[in-house]
Design a protein around this ligand. Structure first.
Ligand SMILES: [Zn+2]
Length: 203
């Protein structure tokens, strides 16, 4: 049976807080793998494979210090591909949120598309659905918000959601950057990593 794509939804993971801002709030959207934690060759499947990219937690704290919420928007098709269960994927996200919190940072919410690409779900990036859903649920001002990612798919998501974007050279970033010709490169804001991207936002 073909799944009805309208019924497919991303999973939203929060710190049990029901946040909706009174006035539209600017935010920083982050991809997870290759931006906050290191990209794993065959998906993040276990807690011991979580490796924070140097400076990423500091960057999160810097964003927090500006009173700007951080929303993580991640594709985790490992669930749809039956490599890990939805419970495992949820737990790994909660562990990441908790560890960042223990180190003084805060992620307000994680929006996760866990579907298989063939599911034709409405949420999988480069669809802007997850930023749009966060905008609606939290009352965010997307035009005043950033999306930081390591893939051109992330940049496409940002453009579709009318977010400002920064391509980081961690994760897939370096490889993605190399595929662009010189004129195309000039269309992107590039940062070496998340900490550098943060410096560019608050420069
Ligand atoms: Zn999805």
């Amino acid at each position: 049976m073909t799944p009805n794509k309208k019924n497919l939804q991303p999973l939203v993971i929060t710190n049990n807080e029901d946040i909706k801002y009174a006035i539209p709030q600017s935010a920083v959207f982050l991809d997870r793998d290759g931006v906050i934690i290191e990209e794993q060759p065959n998906y993040l499947r276990s807690e011991d494979a979580i490796n924070y990219i140097p400076g990423s937690i500091q960057a999160i704290k810097d964003i927090n210090d500006h009173n700007i919420p951080i929303i993580v928007v991640t594709n985790q098709s490992a669930v749809g591909r039956k490599i890990i269960s939805l419970d495992q994927a949820t737990l790994l996200n909660k562990i990441i949120m908790k560890e960042i919190e223990n180190r003084g940072g805060k992620i307000t919410a994680i929006y996760m598309c866990y579907h298989h690409p063939k599911d034709n779900c409405p949420c999988r990036k480069p669809s802007p659905m997850m930023p749009f859903l966060a905008k609606k649920q939290l009352n965010l001002d997307l035009g005043e918000s950033y999306f930081i990612g390591d893939t051109l798919k992330d940049m496409e998501t940002a453009t579709a959601a009318q977010l400002k974007s920064i391509l980081v050279l961690t994760g897939h970033g370096q490889g993605e950057y190399k595929t662009l010709d010189a004129t195309k490169r000039s269309e992107y804001t590039i940062a070496t990593d998340l900490l550098d991207a943060t410096h560019k936002i608050f420069a």
